[in-house]
Design a protein around this ligand. Structure first.
Ligand SMILES: [Zn+2]
Length: 762
């Protein structure tokens, strides 16, 4: 990549780059979008084909909307129209069925509001436009449609719409607000920023993530890859960040945050000139400049997380540039002796034109009496009076960077066979909290040696997972305490909730919780999920690993199966309101608040448990084949991202047979079987015994199949274990020959399949 030469040339063309007028002017034009009384045309049989959908404007009137940036970007159709859309994947048809009561769209329309930055404008060129009457209702509908993308803060707007309308190039954006003759209105979108660019929304009634529209279905356009390996289309990479941050104590003992970030940009395709970055809502820009020293135009408001940066001109593929941005804000809150530093906050401008990992070079200037930890290797530190300066460098590209700081005590631990650990916890913060609780009449036990306890669990689980999956990618670990009820894991850095530093719950939850975060060093940080559909390979894997670790240290199955049972109840309870695990975050809604947890973490863990059971050696009860498979997956995809299909490929390599049925059922599907099971002993003509089973399968599609583990109790402490391949509505199965008749059987031994089992009389 070469350095940008275009900037100085362009600086001559644009003398005035000091204000945000361009942004505001454009924003006002968008908000003022309205039908033009002299741009009305009769339309018949105009067909708009986008992303597999077909919108037909059969007969009616088309009203052109006022221009934005001199371009026509909108129109309204009133009359008789039609839409048809069938999502290509069964999981998506199921989502549509669940959310709008039909697996495909095939609907009559009486109004379509269009917004576009694509070929639509040329399709409208042949119409005969002239003056006419604009019904008041049309104006009102346009106004409320435009308003539905407005942000909560003044002058903010849905980035996926704004990016296309700020930039004048035709980039493929297409929005159609569909008023159906029957049913609620829908929004169809082609979002050029995403790989899965085809989206259908309905008005929001419960989604947490979007304020006005809920995703009904999403998929890549028919031409393109079947399985997206990235979330964002890779238009601009940010291969390198150099960030210097100042954390200065205020009179109130809070910390002021200010920083300068030097962001390297490399355009992979034509993009901009306006570029979108994520930056914490609290942070405000002081100034920004390009590599040649010219001022960079930016737009950011407090309370919103979009940072818009205007490049001197539209970037062409191959262009590279560096922009430097100075910013500050109330990023860190202090309450009692805790510093609230949200581990996932965008404390530097995060790229929204691509999601490739970046190298980070981080410098912190912080009060000498607080300990600080960040990602990467701490290369040097120095003390200047009361200010400590530390320098951190990531050795390999990382998708994110974070830091934590507090009134910590450092506990350094070295255990054999695992990388060194530095545990940072705040005894003082615990003490203040205890005193506060005591004043309020509560009793909170003093903890002791919690750094040692947590370090031991982290080291033990690191060792256990290194043994199972191979060594982790990182050769040193920080384990820091955060004042939240959650844990977060970053490359070589694990943030754990203060709760797990308070005590260790007897039910195994703390060992599980700590090990879950440790497991993310392999799953999530080592192998990264490619898109939201694959997040179960981070959270589900880590949840399974937490259970597996618990099983190993407790030397028994009790807690392992107790957690799996609890997950099963959660999954069933929320089943009507959730879809496949493969739908990722789309399983979380206000109607199904626990949906994300249940489908991604808990069912994800069940999927891995089922693979473990499928690969279990029934003679030796060993997991060797399973852990060899997991190790291979980590070896193959470590330091890069993987899709669910990538994982299936590795599983197939180790199992030796196609496994699409397994992933289609359990990850991309959401059926859970109920088995009605009857059994009897039978004697073969040769006088040998065997078990005969009759299994009726319910609540699943006819082609559903599973290998169910059966354990037959032969008496005198002898058991025979075998697998039965259950398929079809009802069938009989004969077990293997046994030395004697079974006294009883356990169908679905070791929870081998996520299923309800109901035993019946033969
Ligand atoms: Zn996790």
């Amino acid at each position: 990549m070469h350095l940008l030469a275009l900037l100085s040339a362009v600086a001559l063309l644009r003398a005035d780059t000091s204000t945000s007028n361009d942004y505001i002017d454009r924003y006002r034009e968008i908000n003022a979008l309205a039908p033009l009384p002299d741009q009305i045309a009769a339309v018949s049989d105009l067909v708009l084909r986008r992303g597999g959908a077909e919108i037909v404007l059969s007969r009616g009137t088309l009203y052109l909307l006022s221009p934005v940036g001199g371009r026509t970007v909108g129109a309204v159709f009133r009359g008789a129209g039609h839409i048809s859309l069938t999502p290509p994947h069964p999981a998506e048809r199921e989502a549509m069925q669940r959310l709008i009561d039909a697996p495909a769209l095939n609907d009559s329309l009486n109004e379509v509001i269009l917004m576009f930055s694509d070929s639509t404008v040329s399709q409208l060129r042949d119409l005969q436009f002239g003056p006419g009457e604009v019904p008041g209702e049309v104006e009102d509908n346009v106004r409320s449609f435009v308003a539905s993308f407005r942000g909560r803060k003044d002058n903010t707007y849905s980035a996926s719409v704004l990016a296309s309308l700020l930039n004048d190039a035709s980039d493929g954006l297409f929005l159609a607000h569909l008023r159906r003759v029957r049913g609620s209105p829908l929004l169809f979108q082609i979002d050029p920023a995403l790989v899965e660019s085809v989206l259908l929304f309905k008005p929001a009634s419960g989604m947490i993530r979007f304020s006005n529209w809920t995703v009904v279905t999403q998929f890549p356009p028919p031409i393109g890859s079947a399985s997206a390996s990235q979330w964002y289309r890779q238009r601009v990479a940010t291969p390198r960040y150099q960030i210097e941050a100042w954390l200065k104590p205020t009179p109130g003992a809070d910390l002021d945050f200010s920083a300068v970030a030097r962001v390297s940009l490399a355009a992979l395709e034509a993009t901009g000139p306006w570029l979108d970055f994520g930056l914490d809502p609290e942070l405000m820009i002081d100034s920004a400049r390009w590599g040649d020293g010219s001022a960079a135009e930016t737009f950011k408001v407090k309370g919103d997380d979009d940072l818009w940066v205007r490049a001197p001109r539209r970037l062409a593929a191959g262009d590279s540039a560096v922009f430097t941005v100075f910013y500050h804000g109330n990023l860190i809150d202090r309450y009692e002796d805790w510093f609230y530093i949200d581990p996932s906050a965008d404390w530097f401008p995060s790229n929204r034109q691509g999601d490739e990992a970046a190298l980070y070079d981080l410098t912190f200037h912080s009060p000498a009496w607080y300990l600080i930890a960040s990602v990467g290797e701490r290369t040097d530190s120095s003390l200047d009076g009361k200010v400590m300066t530390t320098h951190w460098v990531t050795k390999r590209p990382s998708p994110f960077a974070t830091f934590n700081l507090g009134l910590f005590k450092l506990y350094h631990a070295e255990f054999e066979g695992v990388p060194p650990l530095d545990v940072m916890m705040s005894e003082e913060a615990h003490r203040t909290m205890r005193n506060r609780m005591h004043d309020q009449g509560y009793m909170m036990l003093a903890q002791s040696h919690m750094s040692e306890t947590v370090a031991a669990d982290v080291a033990n689980s690191l060792k256990w997972f290194s043994h199972a999956f191979g060594p982790p990618l990182f050769d040193h670990f920080y384990v820091t305490e955060i004042p939240y009820f959650e844990g977060v894991s970053f490359p070589g850095m694990i943030d754990l909730s203060w709760v797990t530093f308070q005590n260790t719950a007897i039910d195994g939850f703390d060992e599980f919780f700590r090990a879950h975060e440790v497991a993310h060093q392999w799953w999530g940080n080592g192998v990264r999920p490619a898109t939201y559909r694959d997040v179960w390979m981070s959270e589900g894997f880590a949840t399974f690993c937490g259970l597996w670790y618990l099983q190993s240290i407790r030397k028994g199955n009790k807690e392992y199966f107790r957690f799996l049972d609890e997950y099963f109840r959660n999954i069933k309870e929320i089943r009507e309101r959730t879809g496949a695990t493969w739908l990722g975050y789309r399983n979380g809604s206000r109607k199904a608040g626990y949906g994300y947890q249940a489908l991604i973490y808990e069912k994800g863990a069940w999927v891995i448990h089922m693979l473990r059971m499928l690969m279990l050696d029934l003679n030796t009860a060993k997991d060797d084949r399973f852990s060899a498979m997991m190790r291979d997956f980590h070896d193959t995809f470590a330091a890069s991202s993987a899709t669910t299909d990538d994982f299936r490929g590795v599983v197939e390599k180790h199992v030796g047979v196609p496994m699409d049925w397994f992933f289609d059922q359990w990850v991309k599907g959401n059926a859970i079987p109920t088995y009605h099971v009857a059994w009897t002993n039978e004697t073969t003509p040769e006088g040998r015994s065997r078990v005969r089973l009759r299994v009726t399968q319910e609540n699943v599609p006819p082609e559903f199949q599973a290998w169910v583990l059966v354990s037959a109790d032969l008496g005198q402490g002898r058991f025979a274990n075998f697998r039965v391949k259950v398929s079809g509505a009802q069938a009989e199965y004969a077990g293997p020959l046994l030395p004697s008749a079974a006294k009883s059987i356990t169908f679905n031994e070791l929870h081998s399949v996520l299923a309800d089992v109901k035993m019946e009389r033969w």
